[in-house]
Design a protein around this ligand. Structure first.
Ligand code: ATP
Length: 600
């Protein structure tokens, strides 16, 4: 049964107007109840502001501001300059289109009533038609594609009601800004198809094993919640990665993992989840982007040296000096992301792969198996070479041995070690950060605290030499419980002149005039920034702060946690905003720091 797009546009509007998560869930529940099972996947993708999961590596819409205005001009029969001027005044092309459309509809003579009916969205556009058209726009590539895109978009905007046109325009621009995260969508799905929010964990587990929320929603809607309980990984669909907690005391770390541990080098490179089936290779990054094209050399290694029919393995891709085998810094690897000529980059920045896990092997789901079993499968399936290796590791229950191994790891160019549980319950916790894996990094050894990864939520203009340009950023931690970004500090040092000069360009697509949804900050920056960019920050110590909202009231009433003398270290383009350091992690760091000070 077709679903009217106006239902979706109405929900978009309601979502946009609330900041209450409970209310958002109610709206989504209402929406999903009205959604026929055969389009639920499309509805979920559109809510996520995308047409398909990013990892599919399918083309993006490829419609710029100019083309959007041109399409609207054709659809609305008004000059481009009129739309441009209004969009400038309203700060939003979507609203400009909506306004012009609404005025035009009002001004129409009565004889055109039939046209007005459809243009008011009374059953005109369907979700299917909007989705299919947007997909065709994205898929149009190569010669003549501009005209095809333009025609399709103009047609869509002409058919849409004013409100529908507004959201189509915003979607196309990548500015839907509904403020709903995956967690919120999953909770609503659990309510509708599982009967209660308590079933969210089943939905989450399935999503962790197959990172495609549209597909998960479709299975739920067509086969029911029981079908999700038995879901297994599928080669080609990325698994959300297992993550580690952090600590810096070997005695405590060993206690946390149950006494004995596999202690492995923590390589400083790029995490790679490698899928293999019948001669085909997919490589996914930590953020589940398809990065296969960046590593043709790794693809060859997999084809030649992975002894399995089908498999999912994980490892770290590290830049190396091919002459000495020495590990090279992470930054060198990032050249591969920037270089257009991959074959050239491959020569200039050779890599090695250090494998550390196996999640799927010839039809067997290994995520539910303890680490020693997974490792056995890994060792059996890997034919080692200089560039295709198993992560360096030892098994120990001795804090002294652990500490020594840590120092050796550092000496060898690793970032520290991973301390991993090897008991019976040491399963692969997809998508979760837990104490089965603990990272022990070199930074703990310095006088400073460990680095944290924070999200930009605002920016301040500089003074003096930097007047008129951005000089500092407002940074936030992620709070998964409320799905919000809470302010931690304002950082203005550590940038090179070049980095400062580039700030404007980097921030531009994300600058907002009003506080974006999901941002929680009392401090008001000169401009707000949509949470998207992650930076690594270090400071002298964690302090209590009456200004910042991170961990507000947790340590003491009326104060949050902040960083003293924060310094920018580098951008983390490999991390999404939800991968930033969480408020809970910061609080744990604060407590450990307090303990250390007391002991001293
Ligand atoms: P960080 O910010 O410290 O790089 P992260 O937030 O990306 O970490 P964590 O779970 O905190 O992710 O740390 C684990 C990361 O360390 C993995 O994502 C992986 O990229 C890397 N790593 C390097 N060596 C190993 C190893 N032997 N086992 C597991 N992960 C490893």
């Amino acid at each position: 049964m077709p679903m009217s797009f106006s239902i979706l546009a109405d929900v978009f509007e309601k979502l946009e107007r609330t900041t209450s998560r409970t209310q958002m869930i109610l709206y989504l529940v209402e929406l999903f109840k009205k959604t026929p099972p055969d389009v639920i996947d499309k509805v979920v993708y559109l809510l996520q502001g995308k047409l398909w999961p990013d990892w599919k590596g399918l083309p993006e819409l490829g419609v710029g501001e100019k083309m959007l205005i041109k399409a609207a001009s054709i659809a609305l029969h008004v000059p481009e300059s009129t739309i441009e001027a209004l969009a400038k005044r309203l700060g939003d092309i979507g609203r400009a289109i909506e306004k012009i459309k609404a005025e035009k509809a009002r001004g129409r003579p009565v004889g055109l009533l039939a046209f007005m009916k459809t243009s008011a969205g009374a059953g005109g556009l369907t979700v299917e038609r909007v989705y299919e058209t947007l997909a065709r726009i994205a898929m149009a590539t190569g010669e003549g594609s501009r005209d095809i895109k333009l025609k399709l978009l103009a047609g869509l905007l002409a058919e849409a009601s004013p409100k529908e046109a507004k959201y189509i325009a915003r979607f196309v621009e990548g500015r839907l800004r509904l403020g709903v995260g995956d967690a919120t969508i999953m909770e609503a799905l659990a309510v509708v198809y599982g009967g209660s929010a308590a079933k969210k964990s089943i939905v989450e587990r399935a999503y962790n094993l197959r990172a495609d929320l549209g597909m998960i929603a479709k299975i739920l809607a067509t086969q029911g919640i029981d079908a999700l309980k038995n879901i297994e990984p599928e080669v080609g669909i990325p698994i959300r990665p297992m993550l580690a907690e952090r600590h810096n005391d070997p005695v405590e770390m060993l206690k946390k993992v149950g006494g004995r541990a596999l202690v492995e080098y923590k390589y400083d490179g790029e995490r790679a989840q490698i899928h293999y089936k019948d001669g085909r290779v997919w490589i996914y990054s930590r953020r589940l982007e398809n990065i296969t094209h960046m590593y043709p050399d790794v693809v060859e290694m997999v084809k030649e040296k992975l002894k399995a029919r089908e498999a999912i393995v994980e490892g770290e891709i590290v830049a190396i000096n091919p002459e000495t085998g020495e590990l090279r810094p992470f930054q060198e690897l990032m050249h591969r992301r920037r270089k257009k000529d991959i074959l050239q980059a491959m020569k200039e920045y050779p890599v090695a792969v250090f494998l550390f896990d196996m999640l799927y092997h010839d039809g067997e789901d290994l995520t539910v198996k303890p680490l020693p079993v997974r490792r056995k499968h890994l060792l059996e399936s890997v034919e080692k070479t200089d560039r295709w290796r198993i992560a360096e590791g030892i098994i120990t229950d001795s804090p002294e041995v652990l500490e020594k191994f840590f120092l050796k790891a550092i000496e060898d160019g690793a970032e520290g070690v991973m301390v991993k549980a090897i008991h019976e319950r040491s399963i692969y916790q997809a998508g979760a950060r837990g104490w089965l894996w603990i990272k022990y990094k070199r930074d703990y050894k310095s006088e400073m605290i460990d680095t944290v990864d924070l999200v930009v939520i605002g920016a301040f203009y500089g003074k003096g030499r930097r007047a008129g340009k951005f000089g500092a950023l407002l940074m936030a931690a992620y709070d998964p419980d409320t799905d919000t970004f809470k302010s931690v500090c304002k950082v203005g040092s550590g940038f090179t002149d070049e980095e400062l000069d580039r700030l404007n360009e980097i921030l531009k697509p994300y600058i907002r005039r009003t506080k974006p949804p999901r941002v929680d900050s009392q401090l008001k920056p000169d401009v707000w920034v949509e949470p998207a960019l992650v930076a690594e920050i270090i400071g002298a110590e964690l302090t209590l702060s009456p200004i910042h909202t991170c961990c507000y009231g947790w340590a003491k009433p009326g104060v949050g946690i902040s960083i003293r003398f924060p310094r920018f270290i580098r951008w983390r383009p490999d991390k999404g905003p939800e991968d930033a350091t969480t408020t809970k992690e910061l609080f744990e760091m604060y407590k450990r720091q307090l303990k250390k000070v007391k002991e001293a």
